[in-house]
Structure formats: structure tokens, C-alpha cells
Ligand binder design. Structure first.
Ligand SMILES: [Zn+2]
Length: 718
């Protein structure tokens, strides 16, 4: 289920920071496990440039950096007391602004990462945990189908380990048996199709997702998804990642032994799974290619699909998946599909069965009995450099929240949404869209006709703020059966997966309702969805340090303003620019303009590829879209502010502060390999070094490390 959700996100929505899935935000949750709102406030105050407050010297220093340029003092340093760690803003603006804050952040052994997103997420999560505690201990019975009943009964299923151990693979057991007992490739594909068709598990063949049709975003279409590549292509093929791959292979081995294989069998199976995995990854698209509709939007008829999968009975498989009879099927990764077809031969049967056995165990590990859950948890911790587990209670409460996202969302917005904040943010969105129009109008490389189309895209951009008027149908469809009525964590998980499939199948053949929300209001993130040409700001992002009604306009422009402008920029990043105002994949640029765009993109790729973190270079290709969005956002914010040096200083400071982060070395490795965003420090320093306004208000000399010559500064939207 998790993989499916991830695949869906990757296919469309572009975010402000890396999306949750089974990796990012979970680790962040624990950051402030026991932090209260007041300790969060302490952190806010620890590095913030608020002139009214009494503050520590380092705050003053950064805050008045603007004044300093007049004094021609190129010698400004952070603070006298820490002479070993003197940082000049001219050399490393990010460190200069954040050193005070980051000196107070110590990653707990349960954490891989700290940033404001995780910090706020921990607060949201803490509030939801209190609700769970209350419901778990109030001794009341709630109406069937109410959020209270669902949360209460789900938490009981999650925490009753005896019940989980008794359930084992439960309703999945017959499916697992069909895979294990398959005597031919035909029987194997059949077993996978039943599993995928019924529950939507990721699969080596037959995994699908129903999403908006990129060619006509008012309709839904069936996308044939790529196979689960486990630890992923980037790790499998990376130069510095083989130790992590070895660790993952050990995890596969342990899971198979837990499943009942002997040490010999497990070792042999792990070897053959590794061979298959490396073979498949060699024919799998890179992450950045997956965002390119020119690469992933491949229309096939059922007949074409049969020609692609010569070793599969396609009509039979599609019927089992309940997606037969469609005019078109969109194959996202054609080369991978060809490779997998070539692997679907009798001599690989055992290896394929082992592969799918592991994928199924891995997908259900969190929900299954304690032994599988622990193996999965240990592997994840090792992958991200976490040295201590959260402990059962925290894990269980998070799992309960994951299982019922919209029920928790409804509770969240009841207490956390201010109409005034919404209004203030709407006003700023209007200001940013207007400024973007001016930015587009001044581009000399674009024809008037193309500018008109770009402006039309801005004018028609849909804005979603806070939470949906209508809660998603899937919330009502999802019912929780308590243990007393025969339910278990696994059976309820399977119900949620069936709900997701039924919800998708119900939509197929209907017109897209663009008012629907895919993102819960308690999500600390923001998004642009090119298929709806819309920007989304869930309720939870509208809070400090991103937005604060007490802040100056300059600081809020550097805070939530930068966030908004980043999302608007996605409409014109290297992927978003390929969709028109209706959200259809439709190239509306001339060939000359496209060539110019690509030339500027290449400069951005080269520019970011020069930055490194912990000795590893940033992948300029992987991070291109997000870097374009960051650079465009900074142009927009500084254009709005104009020549007001104080406001510029506040905006630069707030933006830098909001992107403060700490990571374990392993988590940084994970980000560098898989995250489409540059590491936070690079997001700040690379953008500022390319921003002309930055040089106007600060005294940056050619010999300073932040200095980049005017002709080497990059960006599409300048
Ligand atoms: Zn983004």
C-alpha cells in the first residue's frame, strides 16, 4: 500500500519538501517526541530576528547584517565567544543565520533528521496521540462509523500483539500460498493479479494505479505502474551505497528465515532476488525521468500491451485486475516492462516467487506479527542512521494515525484553523501570482504568444488552503472492525487497501472532481499539482515559523511567501512547464523557446552539481525541478520587496531559518540519492548566491565563498 501511495505521488504532485511515504516524515516525527508547544517557542526564539525581543548576540548579528554593508566591514563575524567556529555570512549564510539555533539541536538516537517540518509534525502528532490516549481509556462506546469508534478500535487492533501474532498473515495466507505453489509462469502471474486486484499490493507485473489522464486531465486513466525495486535503483547502482545494499540483502535474508526458510534456502533465495533486482534496476527509469511525461506517458491498447508482455495472458490478467475493457493503458516505464517480460520464463520461476514472497512480507511487515515488524523497523533505522527505536507506544500511535488519516484530519481542523490566517495567506498568494505575471512579461527569450499562455496558467491556477469542504469518500468507506467482532490490524489494513481500490475503480469512467483533496490538512508541506494546475496549502503549514501574523511583512515573505512562490514556480519548472492551463500534458512552447529553456536548465544542473554535502556531490539532474522552483521563488519574493534593504534582510533571514536542518550521515546519503530537493543548506546558499538582490544589500566580495560572478548566476525566472 505504501509503495502505491509513493508511486502516485511521484507521478504527479510536486512538494515543498520530501513527501512522507515510508521514509521521510516518520523519522522526523520522533524529533521532538516529548516537546511541548512552549519548548517549540523556545526554539523559535533561539534564532529568530525579532527586533522587539531581547535576544542573544548572534541574532543581532544576522539581523543587522544589512546595516553592516554600509560600514564596509567585511570582517563581520558571528559572535566573539565561539572563536573556533566563527562563521562569516559572506562565506556561509546558512551557517551564520542558523548556528545559534542548530547549536541547540541535538539529534536524539531515535532521529535521523531535524527540521521545522519534523518539529511541527511532532507537535501535530503529539496532539493526535493525546486524542488516542483519551479514547483508549475513556471506557465509552461510540457510534459505529464515527471517527472516535474507528480510532479507538484501530488502536486496540494495533496494540494487541497477541491478536497480531495469532493473525499472522491471516487473509493473505491463501494468496501467499498461491504464489509459493505456482507451478508455471501463468499460475504465478495469476496469483499476483489476484493479490493486486483484490488489495492493490505492488507487484512485479500487473501493478496499476488509476489517476488523472495526463493528456486529458478531466478524465481518469489506468496507469501500469513500475515494479517495486525495494531499496531502489539509486542505492543499487550508487557508488557510495553498496554497504547499505548489503544491509538490505541481510534484511531480505532475515525476513525469509522468519517466513520459515532454512539458512541455506534463505541465502540462496536472497542471492537470486539480488540478481533479479540488479537486472530490473538496470532497465528502470531514474527518479527524475519519472517526472517527465515525455518519458512516462506511453499509451497502449490492450493489443499493444499483449505485444509488450508476450509472456503474459494480458486479457486474463486485466480481467482479474478488474481493469479490462479500457481504450488505453498508460505504461510508465516501457523499458522496465520489457525487461520484466523477458524475465517471466520458467527458469526464473523460483527466483520470481521468492522476490514476490519477500515484497509481500515487506509490504505487510509493519502490520504483521511482532517479529516481522521488528526486522522491518531495524532495517529502516540502520538505513537512516537511527540508533534507537521509538519504542512500541510511539510506533503504535503513529501507525494508528497512518491508518485513519482523514479521521484525524477532521479532528485536527476543528482546533487548528483560523479564517484570518487563511485570508492573509490568500492575499499574499494574489500578490505572488501578480508578481509572477510581471516576471514572465519581462522575459526576452519568450514570444508574446507564449507569455500569454503562461499568464493564462497563472490566472486559472486553482488554490486550495486549509482543508476540503467535502471530506473524501474513502473516509466514509473505511470502516474499522474491532477485535471483539473478529477484526485484526491486518484485516483492517486489507479493508483500507480494498477501499482505496474500490474508490479508484468507482472513479474510472467519471469526470474528475477537481475540488477533491489528496492531502490531509495535518500535513506539514505544500504542493503543486500540474494535472489540476493548483497549489495546495494544508492547514498545518499555516503556522510559525512559516507564517506568523506577528512577523514583519519581509519575514513572512521569506517564510510562507517563499513557500507559496516555490509552489507557483512548479507550474513553470522543467516538468510543470509541459502542462497547460487545464492540467493537460501539452507542450505550449516553441522549439526555440524549449531549446533556450533546456540550455538554462543545463546551467542550473551544472551549478548545483558543484555543491556537496558530507563529501558527496549534489545530483543536479535529480534536483533540477526543485532548484528551478527555489530560484524562481527567490526572484519573485525579492521582486515584490524591491529596494527595501531591511525587508530583504528579513526575508533572506527567515527563509534561511526555516530551512535549518540536522541529519545523520546515513540520512544525508539517503536524501542525496533519492530526494528531488537539494539538501537544505544548499537550498539556501545556492539560491542566495544566484540572487542579485543578495549582493545589493550585503557586502559580498569576490573572495567570499558566497560570491558567484553575475554571469554565472543561474535561474529560469530572473
Ligand atoms: Zn517543490
Amino acid at each position: 500500500m505504501k509503495k502505491r501511495a509513493l508511486a502516485l505521488f511521484m507521478a504527479v504532485i510536486l512538494t515543498l519538501q520530501m513527501t512522507g511515504c515510508n521514509t521521510g516524515t516518520k523519522e522526523q516525527d520522533t524529533t521532538a517526541e516529548n516537546k511541548t508547544q512552549s519548548s517549540i517557542k523556545d526554539l523559535f526564539n533561539s534564532g529568530r530576528n525579532d527586533k522587539e525581543d531581547g535576544k542573544e548576540p548572534a541574532d543581532d548579528e544576522r539581523e543587522s547584517a544589512e546595516d553592516d554593508k554600509d560600514t564596509e566591514s567585511g570582517e563581520r563575524e558571528a559572535d566573539g565567544e565561539d572563536e573556533d567556529e566563527e562563521v562569516r555570512y559572506q562565506d556561509d549564510y546558512y551557517e551564520f543565520v542558523n548556528q545559534n539555533l542548530l547549536s541547540k539541536i541535538e539529534l536524539a538516537p531515535t532521529d535521523a533528521h531535524w527540521d521545522w517540518f519534523g518539529e511541527l509534525n511532532a507537535v501535530v502528532s503529539g496532539e493526535m496521540e493525546e486524542i488516542i490516549d483519551e479514547l483508549a481509556s475513556d471506557g465509552k462506546t461510540y457510534e459505529k462509523g464515527s471517527s472516535e469508534q474507528k480510532i479507538k478500535d484501530m488502536y486496540e487492533c494495533v496494540t494487541n500483539i497477541e491478536n497480531r501474532n495469532e493473525t499472522g498473515l491471516g487473509p493473505l495466507k491463501p494468496h501467499m500460498d498461491s504464489i509459493r505453489n505456482a507451478g508455471t509462469i501463468g499460475e504465478y502471474v495469476d496469483a499476483l493479479a489476484h493479490l493486486s486486484g483484490e488489495f492493490g499490493f505492488s507487484s512485479i507485473v500487473g501493478g496499476y494505479s488509476i489517476m488523472q489522464d495526463k493528456a486529458d486531465s478531466s478524465e481518469y486513466a489506468v496507469y501500469m505502474m513500475y515494479a517495486d525495486t525495494l531499496i531502489g535503483k539509486e542505492y543499487i547502482e550508487g557508488e557510495n551505497t553498496q554497504e547499505y545494499v548489503d544491509m538490505y540483502l541481510e534484511y531480505i535474508n532475515d525476513m525469509l528465515m522468519e517466513f520459515g526458510m532454512t539458512a541455506n534456502e534463505a541465502a540462496q533465495s536472497t542471492d537470486s532476488i539480488e540478481a533479479l533486482l540488479r537486472d530490473i534496476c538496470a532497465s528502470t527509469l531514474t527518479t527524475e525521468q519519472m517526472y517527465d511525461p515525455a518519458v512516462t506517458y506511453n499509451v497502449y491498447t490492450q493489443q499493444d500491451l499483449q505485444k509488450l508482455y508476450t509472456n503474459v495472458d494480458i486479457p486474463r490478467m486485466l480481467k482479474t485486475l478488474k481493469i479490462d475493457g479500457q481504450d488505453k493503458y498508460i505504461v510508465m516505464d516501457v523499458e522496465q516492462a520489457k525487461k520484466i517480460n523477458s524475465l517471466l520464463v520458467e527458469e526464473n520461476l523460483q527466483a520470481l516467487k521468492d522476490y514476490s514472497t519477500f515484497v509481500m512480507l515487506n509490504d505487510t511487515a509493519k502490520y504483521a506479527d511482532a517479529a516481522y515488524a521488528k526486522l522491518s523497523d531495524d532495517m529502516k533505522n540502520a538505513l537512516y542512521g537511527i540508533t534507537e527505536s521509538w519504542g512500541d507506544e510511539k510506533t503504535w500511535k503513529n501507525l494508528t494515525q497512518d491508518m485513519l488519516p482523514w479521521d484525524f484530519g477532521m479532528i485536527y481542523v476543528k482546533e487548528h484553523f483560523s479564517a484570518e490566517d487563511k485570508e492573509a495567506v490568500e492575499k499574499m498568494i494574489g500578490q505572488i501570482l501578480k508578481e509572477y505575471e510581471a516576471i514572465i512579461s519581462r522575459q526576452e527569450w519568450m514570444s508574446d504568444a507564449t507569455k500569454q499562455k503562461a499568464i493564462r496558467k497563472l490566472e486559472t491556477m486553482q488554490v486550495k488552503i486549509g482543508y476540503p469542504d467535502q471530506w473524501p469518500a474513502a473516509r466514509d468507506m473505511m470502516q474499522v472492525t474491532p477485535i471483539s467482532e473478529g477484526g485484526s490490524l491486518l484485516s483492517n489494513l486489507l479493508v483500507s487497501m480494498q477501499v482505496s481500490i474500490d474508490d479508484s475503480l468507482n472513479k474510472l469512467g467519471t469526470k474528475v472532481d477537481r475540488s477533491e483533496w489528496d492531502v490531509t490538512p495535518q500535513t506539514i508541506n505544500a504542493m503543486y499539482d500540474p494535472l489540476n494546475n493548483e497549489i495546495i496549502f494544508p492547514a498545518a503549514i499555516l503556522q510559525a515559523p512559516f507564517y506568523d501574523s506577528d512577523n514583519s511583512d519581509g519575514a513572512n515573505l521569506g517564510g510562507i511567501g517563499f513557500v507559496i512562490a516555490h509552489e507557483v514556480s512548479h507550474a513553470f519548472d522543467s516538468s510543470g512547464a509541459l502542462y497547460d492551463e487545464y492540467g493537460n500534458y501539452n507542450v505550449w512552447w516553441t522549439d526555440e523557446e524549449m531549446a533556450e529553456y533546456k540550455k538554462m536548465s543545463q546551467s542550473i544542473i551544472d551549478y548545483y552539481s558543484n555543491y556537496e554535502m558530507m563529501g558527496t556531490k549534489v545530483n543536479g539532474d535529480l534536483t533540477l525541478m526543485e532548484n528551478i522552483a527555489d530560484l524562481g521563488a527567490m526572484t519573485c519574493i525579492t521582486s515584490i520587496i524591491g529596494d527595501d534593504a531591511k525587508a530583504l534582510d528579513e526575508a533572506f533571514g527567515q527563509m534561511t531559518y526555516n530551512w535549518a536542518s540536522e541529519d545523520t550521515a546515513s540520512f544525508m546519503m539517503y536524501l542525496l540519492n533519492t530526494d528531488t530537493h537539494s539538501p537544505n543548506k544548499v537550498r539556501v546558499n545556492a539560491v542566495l548566491s544566484s540572487c542579485d538582490a543578495f549582493y545589493k544589500i550585503y557586502d559580498i566580495k569576490e573572495t567570499d565563498k558566497m560570491y558567484v560572478a553575475p554571469e554565472d548566476r543561474v535561474g529560469i525566472w530572473k
